[in-house]
Design a protein around this ligand. Structure first.
Ligand SMILES: [Zn+2]
Length: 306
């Protein structure tokens, strides 16, 4: 007896169809199926012509289970996607995620996105953007409170880095949580219509600056190693982590879990192991590929303005 195999479309085909991506743009961004077959499409993160990371995006069916994106090679964790499209003097669009970048690029714009979700404004990402000297950065984030506050944060950080930046708000018809990819879909994947829409969106000023913006945090200057050792020894990683996200302890308090503060997490993916006598405390989030000790956790929180 022969088993009947049902041919399912590949993840890349599913995702490309969902965003109206044409073969040329699928090839341009090097979207391709990998190990996970029908579950996710993989693509490189490229900077200065080099592959500096690999990410994958899950199909909607898998995303519904809480897995949306995964960073496959996080070291070093490069925070700016599509950076090579930026040229001095260009008008750049800072968007909320890779699909927004794909569709806006297909429509003939110069888009980038930070790779930790729109709530995070990585200081390194801001610096990399500033180094490419765009004439103006237009921020278009999702039409929801997270997008609103994320855009404010990004705008303040970009201006603090000396860039001209403005926030534009998507129209209500994209729906709650709607983004640029939703707008493109609503415009039936019409490139010129998307360019006209984004150009004509209403501008708004950000709310008054938060007490700290990511751009203001030093990321290069390192205090002496003695300070690190002292902080590391004293830091209670569980207490630190609890400032970022609620945590639940397991039965013997050897392990704590919660929603990851660094990505849009719908599962408790974030795990913290408190220090014991023979090893320091550690944290790990598999979906975003982040892990480390208390210092690393503090560094990430500062870098992302949390
Ligand atoms: Zn995470």
């Amino acid at each position: 007896m022969t088993a009947t195999r049902i041919q399912r479309p590949s993840a890349t085909a599913t995702i490309a169809a969902g965003y109206g991506l044409r073969p040329g743009d699928v090839a341009h961004f090097q979207l391709h199926d990998v190990l996970l077959g029908v579950a996710s499409t993989e693509y490189p993160v490229i900077a200065a012509g080099q592959v500096v990371g690999r990410r994958c995006k899950y199909t909607p069916a898998y995303a519904a289970r809480g897995m949306k994106y995964q960073t496959l090679s996080p070291a070093p964790h490069y925070p700016l996607y599509n950076a090579d499209a930026l040229t001095p003097g260009c008008v750049a669009y800072l968007l909320a995620g890779e699909p927004d970048v794909w569709v806006a690029c297909q429509a003939g714009l110069i888009p980038v996105c930070f790779l930790m979700g729109e709530g995070c404004v990585p200081a390194l990402g801001v610096r990399l953007l500033a180094e490419r000297r765009p004439a103006l950065v237009v921020i278009v984030y999702d039409l929801d409170p997270a997008g609103y506050h994320g855009a404010d944060k990004a705008c303040h950080a970009l201006r603090a880095a000396g860039l001209a930046a403005e926030i534009r708000t998507l129209p209500a018809w994209v729906g709650h949580k709607g983004d640029v990819a939703d707008a493109y879909r609503g415009l039936r994947y019409d490139d010129a219509a998307l360019r006209r829409l984004l150009d004509s969106l209403p501008r708004r000023e950000p709310a008054s600056p938060p007490p700290s913006v990511a751009g203001a945090w030093p990321v290069r200057g390192k205090p002496g190693a003695g300070v690190f050792a002292r902080v590391k020894a004293q830091a209670d990683i569980v207490r630190l982590a609890r400032r970022l996200t609620p945590l639940h302890a397991n039965h013997d308090e050897s392990r704590y879990t919660g929603r990851c503060p660094f990505h849009d997490d719908h599962n408790p993916s974030f795990v913290v192991w408190p220090a014991t006598e023979d090893r320091p405390g550690r944290f790990c989030c598999r979906p975003c590929g982040l892990q480390g000790d208390a210092i690393e956790l503090m560094r990430l929180a500062l870098e992302r303005g949390l």
